[in-house]
Design a protein. Structure first.
Length: 151
């Protein structure tokens, strides 16, 4: 009798596609609207409040458009000692951080290059892919409640 199921191959790999989040775009627009309302609700003279409110609306719309124009990226996490890749190029110093259902990835395209980042929101990363990413990244946080289990 085997101890592990037949589908277990010893290493978990994960292929993901990153795309801009529509939820994030909507939240950026909402933030611009709320900033405009806050400026108009304060005791600032109306001569300055209206242009500042329009600027807040424009900034929120610009940020949402900029987020929507970001290029799609393809990630591959091999789940072993090989480096993960983005669009076929290896990532250096890749760091994956979790904040609830949000996943934040930082990496360098070259050994001394600039930091790049990607964030997966719940509308771009379903629960099944989120689980695959946790396992393939191998950060040891695949099980959220590790303190509840015996060593």
């Amino acid at each position: 009798m085997r101890n592990s199921p037949r589908w277990w191959n010893g290493s978990v790999n994960c292929r993901l596609e990153w795309r801009p989040s529509r939820l994030l775009q909507a939240l950026l627009i909402l933030l611009g609207v709320l900033a405009a309302v806050a400026v108009l609700a304060c005791e600032m003279p109306r001569l300055f409040a209206w242009p500042l409110a329009a600027l807040a609306l424009a900034q929120g719309a610009w940020l949402a458009c900029r987020e929507g124009r970001r290029a799609r990226l393809s990630f591959w996490f091999p789940g072993n000692d090989r480096p993960p890749t983005v669009d076929g190029l290896p990532m250096f110093d890749a760091r994956l951080h979790w904040r609830g259902p949000l996943a934040f990835l930082r990496w360098r395209a070259s050994a001394g290059g600039r930091w790049q980042h990607a964030a997966w929101w719940p509308d771009t990363l379903p629960a099944t892919q989120r689980r695959e990413l946790r396992l393939a990244a191998g950060e040891g946080d695949a099980g959220r409640h590790r303190r509840d289990r015996a060593p």
